[in-house]
Design a protein around this ligand. Structure first.
Ligand code: SF4
Length: 73
């Protein structure tokens, strides 16, 4: 399993993550990115067993506010 984390406050709204990985990221009316299906809050989190494009989005994020935590259990 892995956890995708998004520090919404740090997001500068460039749109890269949503363009690269619409499965997990969408731009909100506040101009910031949000994790699809996650509770809207300061740091949004989603557990998944398929990181897929989220890793690409994390690497591309200019604000470095997308984090992937890989969990081994
Ligand atoms: S790539 Fe980073 S800065 Fe750009 S919209 Fe996504 S979270 Fe925000």
């Amino acid at each position: 399993m892995a956890k995708i984390k998004l520090e919404v406050e740090k997001c500068i709204g460039c749109g890269s993550c949503a363009a690269l990985c619409s499965k997990y990221f969408e731009m909100g009316e506040d101009g910031k990115s949000h994790i699809v299906g996650a509770e809207k809050k300061g740091i949004e989190e989603l557990e998944t067993d398929k990181i897929e494009c989220a890793e690409t989005a994390s690497e591309a994020c200019p604000a470095q506010c997308i984090h992937i935590e890989k969990q081994h259990d």
